[in-house]
Design a protein around this ligand. Structure first.
Ligand SMILES: O=c1ccn([C@@H]2O[C@H](COP(=O)(O)OP(=O)(O)O)[C@@H](O)[C@H]2O)c(=O)[nH]1
Ligand SMILES: O=C(O)[C@@H](COP(=O)(O)O)O[C@H]1O[C@H](CO)[C@@H](O)[C@H](O)[C@H]1O
Length: 408
């Protein structure tokens, strides 16, 4: 990476992050100065309808880099709206590379900029993804949905496929502009939409060690976030030619579990468990028809015991249902089973050290790949997903927001 390497943009997607946006912008600016002292550098805040002082705080933060603000409305927008706006600004600025940093990350360091940027040097499309240690009670969507499903469909073991701290070179930005965008990619589906499309096209992914990720707990979004993530992932899977063979495990097994471990708020957990229990009661017949592996599940204090042995089979059931055209049912019923997996996992890891927790998650991804491979799933675009994103079967059950669709 030459010191004067052209244009580098750091994008910060934000909604209501006034408490942390300044720290992230300052880390980005310091990192740009260290890595590209003579470069043409910019920090872009993309904000979709913050009602707090996010934009003002960013505007009032002194930066050496050029400061750009891209704003959109609140209704019907999400993180993806902001990330895609950053992509547009980066292309307008002629960026040689683009980095993304979440606006709520309290552990963002200047060194992340150089490390991520260096990983995307080169003319072929390449994406850098973060490797960091995380609280074992967090990253549930990563650990139990995205990483195992990417391992199963694309044969790739990616530790933090939706971590949020990414880097891309210019060639990747140009390639991403050609990909079909489901509505959910305007929301929390954006991260998996990027990673899964990169895997679908066989683009190079580079995992970059970044230390620790400390941010606002995602748990309150445990119903709507995975639904949006699965929606985008399912669209990309249906556009994939076939289930790929498993890649050999890299030498470096996961080291993704931090010593910091903060159990989730019991009141929120109880509210989510209640919503999921009501959902499963209302859709029991359809869930058991679509997920044969669910027929043997036994009761648990939180709902259902979904242990590490059966979860790969349930994920395989979801991929089969998806490939057979049951997109919304597979997506929505999987979210309910996933929440029970998360709560069972928390029970399973009681007393385990970080390495043992990593081993459970590693094995889960390998077993999911094995389960899906054994089902003879056919992809290749025979089936397509729904045009618009809607909360589907979760209407009225979402524990944290009124049910509503996203009008296209
Ligand atoms: O409508 C939204 C929702 C989220 N975000 C940003 O996307 C990043 C990740 O969101 P969040 O922290 O809610 O996700 P989590 O990391 O908790 O899964 C943060 O910078 C948010 O401010 C955004 O730009 N628009
Ligand atoms: O870390 C994760 O696994 C998810 C959500 O955390 P949880 O699985 O809800 O604990 O958060 C990531 O994924 C979101 C959706 O892609 C991104 O928007 C966040 O930036 C990222 O932190």
């Amino acid at each position: 990476m030459t010191r004067n390497s052209g244009v580098t943009v750091v994008g910060i997607p934000a909604r209501d992050e006034e408490r942390t946006v300044r720290g992230v912008a300052e880390a980005a600016d310091a990192g740009l100065r260290l890595a590209f002292p003579h470069g043409d550098n910019a920090v872009v805040l993309a904000d979709n309808g913050s009602t707090d002082g996010t934009v003002a705080r960013f505007a009032g933060t002194p930066l050496r880099a050029r400061k750009v603000v891209a704003r959109s409305g609140r209704e019907g927008t999400g993180k993806g709206t902001n990330v895609l706006a950053v992509f547009d600004r980066a292309r307008e600025l002629g960026a040689d590379r683009l980095l993304l940093l979440d606006a709520d990350v309290r552990s963002a360091e200047p060194g992340w900029v150089g490390a991520l940027a260096e990983a995307v040097d080169g003319d072929e499309p390449v994406m850098a993804l973060p490797c960091y240690r995380r609280d074992r009670y967090e990253a549930n969507t990563t650990n139990h949905l995205v990483s195992p499903l990417l391992a199963a469909v694309y044969g790739a073991h990616v530790q933090q496929p939706i971590g949020g701290e990414f880097a891309f070179n210019r060639a990747f930005l140009e390639r991403a502009a050609t990909w079909e965008r489901p509505d959910s990619a305007q929301l929390y589906g954006i991260d998996v939409w990027l990673t899964a499309n990169a895997l679908r096209e066989g683009l190079r992914l580079v995992e970059v060690p970044l230390g620790r990720k400390l941010h606002n707990s995602p748990f309150p979004k445990i119903l709507r976030l995975p639904q949006q993530v699965l929606d985008s992932l399912f669209h990309v899977v249906l556009a994939t030619d076939r289930v790929r063979d498993a890649a050999p495990r890299g030498s470096g097994l996961r080291q993704a579990v931090d010593v910091a471990a903060v159990p989730q708020d019991p009141a929120v957990v109880a509210r989510v468990a209640d919503a999921v229990g009501r959902y499963l009661a209302a859709h029991r017949g359809d869930v058991l028809a679509l997920f044969p592996a669910a027929r043997g599940l036994v009761a648990a204090p939180w709902g259902l015991r979904v242990d590490a042995g059966v979860w790969p089979e349930l994920l395989a059931d979801a991929v089969v249902a998806l490939s057979e055209g049951w997109f919304t049912s597979a997506r929505d019923h999987l979210v309910a089973l996933y929440v029970n997996r998360v709560m069972t996992f928390w029970d399973e890891i009681e007393g385990l050290d970080g390495a043992a927790v990593d081993a459970v998650l590693d094995r889960q991804a390998v077993e999911t790949a094995r389960a899906v491979a054994g089902r003879g799933v056919e992809l290749g675009g025979r089936v397509t997903g729904p045009g618009a994103f809607h909360v589907g079967h979760w209407s009225g059950f979402n524990a944290d927001e009124p049910a509503r669709g996203l009008a296209v």
